[in-house]
Design a binder for this molecule. Structure first.
Ligand SMILES: [Zn+2]
Length: 461
């Protein structure tokens, strides 16, 4: 532990200038965040002309009808226009909020409100929770019209929307209520650990964040998801038998097998698993079951179990711990740094002893460029995992010595095509756009890889 703390102290020495130099951090954040937004707009403009192509890629020609292709091109075009507008609109909002010292204003408003009820600056944790709530509510209001448009105009136009206005409003309030119920204790514990551990907070806070993530894995399916969706045990029948037998052959600790009413809100389809290492739940969207044959759904599950077999969720969790560690290791330099708060219009009295939550929020903004690179890296890892899980499904026949699994690759290919066509997913993809945004390889890439796996297996036999 002492080695860790001495290394962390060295990082602080390197960054000592942050606490004294009057750097114009606000200008830096404005510039960087605009640069990221403009780069993302540029990527959209690279992708946009591909929606005007009149023919699907050769590999897909046999599988997608002319009318479905045309519809997916139009859907992609509409979504791209919307994304371009949304990106610039949100950036303008952030920019205006920064320019007019919104964060300093919000901290002050909450402080004044508390003073009226006789609570002074010594109640920093209470003020911090109020500050975060105010920020979240005020900054989410201007984006509500965007969600309304996306749900009731864009998705509606292509027949995906199943949400009613009543359900939409109910979801919004439920989301806020759950956010409040989770965020308040999280911030409280987060700040208590800071106060208690002082400069040696890094390992303690890491342990806390990890524990919180674990608790969420347990709480989410039991208490949160049922508020939005109905999970019912998957009906007895061919599909259930197939999945249960696949799970038991792979020694997957299947505790519950659910069908979820995803169709209540949207007709986009999917399947996933989650849970603790010794007790897993598989959830299949009713839309997937309706759209595909049970042997194809089985292949989708074979892919999902590939993620489990290769410990993909655990590996992603480990990478995210490294990410969290980096953030925490750099943070102390910004925690005791009056010039940072002063750059964002905080009055001298507040800047002199920076409140932890404020310093952390501003520090997050300063990290914007790092986060963009982290997201590119995470997507690359995730695409590799998808490829590995596809290969896993193809190789099940050998792994389980089961002849019935011989065509798993073809079945997965068919399922992917159906999913893709029903979801009107984009067919032509710009490589740079894909590298930045996509957590999955494109359909064409996946089909090609599936074919390559299959022909390599055929040669071996
Ligand atoms: Zn996957």
């Amino acid at each position: 532990m002492d080695f860790l703390h001495s290394q962390l102290a060295r990082i602080q020495q390197q960054l000592a200038f942050v606490s004294v130099d009057p750097i114009d951090w606000k200008f830096y954040v404005q510039t960087i965040s605009w640069a990221v937004t403009l780069f993302e707009s540029y990527l959209l403009l690279r992708q946009y002309p591909l929606y005007s192509k009149t023919e699907p890629p050769a590999a897909l020609k046999a599988h997608i009808s002319a009318s479905d292709f045309e519809k997916s091109q139009k859907y992609g075009k509409d979504k791209a226009k919307f994304a371009l507008f949304t990106g610039i609109y949100k950036q303008c909002l952030d920019s205006v909020m920064l320019h007019f010292g919104f964060y300093a204003w919000a901290w002050n408003v909450v402080g004044q409100g508390m003073t009226r009820f006789g609570y002074g600056a010594e109640y920093e944790i209470t003020q911090s929770i109020g500050f975060v709530f105010l920020l979240v509510i005020l900054s989410s209001l201007p984006t509500i019209p965007l969600s309304v448009y996306s749900t009731f105009v864009l998705e509606e136009k292509y027949g995906f929307n199943k949400t009613t206005p009543g359900l939409f409003v109910a979801d919004l309030f439920k989301g806020w209520a759950i956010g409040a119920a989770l965020v308040a204790p999280f911030i409280w514990a987060f700040l208590r650990i800071f106060n208690w551990a002082g400069d040696r907070f890094v390992p303690w806070l890491m342990a806390f964040v990890l524990a919180f993530q674990m608790i969420m894995v347990v709480i989410y399916p039991l208490f949160i998801q049922p508020l939005f969706n109905k999970l019912s045990p998957l009906a007895e029948g061919d599909l259930r038998t197939r999945i249960e037998s696949l799970a038991s052959k792979l020694k997957f600790p299947l505790k519950h097998l659910y069908e979820i009413d995803g169709s209540k809100r949207s007709s986009h389809s999917n399947a996933y698993f989650f849970g603790l290492p010794w007790s897993k739940h598989i959830v299949i969207f009713d839309t997937l079951i309706q759209q595909s044959q049970s042997e194809e759904v089985e292949a989708v599950l074979a892919h999902e179990l590939g993620h489990w077999y290769y410990l993909h969720p655990t590996k992603l969790l480990a990478v995210s711990q490294v990410h969290v560690f980096t953030i925490f290791a750099l943070f102390p330099a910004f925690l005791h740094a009056p010039p940072v708060l002063a750059a964002f219009d905080f009055p001298k009295a507040v800047a002199a002893t920076p409140p932890t939550i404020v310093a952390f929020l501003l520090f997050q903004m300063i990290l914007t460029p790092l986060e963009a690179f982290v997201s590119i890296g995470m997507h690359a890892i995730s695409r590799h995992f998808e490829w590995e899980a596809d290969r896993f499904a193809c190789e099940l026949q050998e792994k389980l010595a089961d002849e019935k699994m011989a065509d798993m690759g073809e079945r997965l290919g068919r399922a992917l095509i159906t999913l893709h066509v029903k979801n009107l997913s984009t067919v032509w993809v710009d490589w740079m756009y894909s590298a930045y945004h996509h957590s999955h390889p494109t359909l064409t890439e996946r089909l090609k890889a599936l074919e390559a796996f299959q022909s390599r297996r055929a040669k071996k036999m």
